[in-house]
Design a protein. Structure first.
Length: 361
């Protein structure tokens, strides 16, 4: 016959690894991160759906910034957190320690979104409640809407940028090929990193892009993009690891990640002099996608087919490109005809006014 003490011990064992007593400090940061990532992978406790491996990696990197900040304060377990600590972290994101003016607004927003998802998981997870872990998502600063960048480089600037990659160097050829593909298809950088040779259907000039909105078949130009990719595949064969299946590889023969191209694009901006010329604007991996969407419409493409190519689920997102395309076509064409400065030197009858000559001293 079991005693009350043995029954109590059995109940505690059934509660699982996250069960704690009232005086317990709760989960360690490693334990909390592992449980949170598992919930995202399964699509439970606040996750809308099971997320892709790339999203899991982003969550892990974002939360590492938060956890390392806490470790720097000497905190090792969740229940040591306070509302003041959360506010200090938010202030730290904007501090000079993160560079001039702190991290950019988009980067801060990215970290706060991941942290909010983490605290929402704490609120909904049974193990967290048993460990008496308090959710702090209401203590986070208000997360504003994403800042939409409306800068689109000119064709001349994009030509300079594309030609800045040295195709005589292996990794310059890789970056030039990836950029060519992105300009031709509007692919996200993550989709480019996911590509494998079998994703190209050479007989019909279609490529299978797999990104955050699912898989979709997108046409590509066989004469330019097709030849570029095939040439890169021939070069790639000499440098790729046997177990690497991705088309675009690192200098060590492994899979490329988005940061691989983000860094090479940043280096190319400096090399071409565009970083100084563009000032606050820039050409990033996502800028190339904006460029594709805008120029697709400028050159006569339809909004319906653009949505099918890019995988945008919401037409409202694409309307920004419609507005930009209109500025670059109809508005510009009309301005060239009716600009007041064109009529300043003309009379009503069309005869030119004789301008007074400047007398230079």
């Amino acid at each position: 016959m079991s005693t009350p003490a043995s029954r109590e011990a059995g109940i505690k064992n059934l509660k699982g690894a996250w069960s704690t007593t009232k005086s317990s400090p709760g989960m360690s940061w490693d334990e909390a991160q592992a449980a949170f990532l598992q919930s995202r992978q399964l699509g439970i406790n606040g996750a809308v759906r099971a997320v892709k491996p790339r999203t899991l990696a982003e969550y892990k990197l974002d939360l590492a910034v938060f956890f390392n900040f806490l470790r720097g304060l000497g905190l090792t377990h969740y229940n040591q957190l306070t509302e003041k600590t959360i506010q200090d972290f938010a202030a730290w994101l904007q501090s000079p320690d993160r560079g001039k003016g702190g991290w950019g607004n988009a980067t801060q927003r990215h970290y706060l979104i991941s942290l909010k998802a983490f605290f929402r998981w704490v609120e909904l997870d049974l193990g967290c409640r048993e460990a008496q872990m308090k959710p702090f998502h209401k203590s986070l600063p208000r997360i504003g809407k994403a800042i939409r960048r409306e800068f689109i480089p000119s064709q001349e600037q994009m030509d300079i940028f594309r030609n800045g990659f040295d195709k005589e160097v292996v990794w310059g050829l890789r970056d030039w090929t990836a950029l060519t593909l992105m300009i031709d298809t509007g692919a996200r950088v993550g989709e480019v990193c996911n590509l494998e040779p079998e994703d190209f259907y050479w007989d019909v000039n279609l490529v299978n892009l797999d990104g955050k909105t699912g898989k979709r078949l997108v046409p590509f130009d066989s004469a330019i993009t097709g030849r570029a990719v095939q040439h890169w595949l021939n070069v790639r064969a000499k440098y790729a690891h046997e177990d690497c299946k991705k088309i675009f590889i690192t200098r060590y023969g492994g899979n490329c990640i988005p940061n691989t191209f983000a860094q090479s694009f940043a280096d190319n901006l400096k090399k071409t002099g565009l970083k100084k010329a563009l000032g606050e604007n820039t050409i990033s991996c996502h800028t190339v996608r904006h460029y594709f969407c805008t120029m697709y419409l400028v050159n006569g493409g339809t909004l319906h087919n653009l949505q099918r190519i890019t995988g945008h689920k919401n037409l409202d997102t694409l309307m920004i490109y419609v507005n930009l395309a209109n500025q670059m076509t109809t508005v510009r064409a009309e301005h060239e005809k009716v600009s007041p400065v064109k009529f300043m030197n003309e009379k009503a009858d069309g005869k030119k006014i004789v301008m007074r000559k400047l007398i230079r001293l």
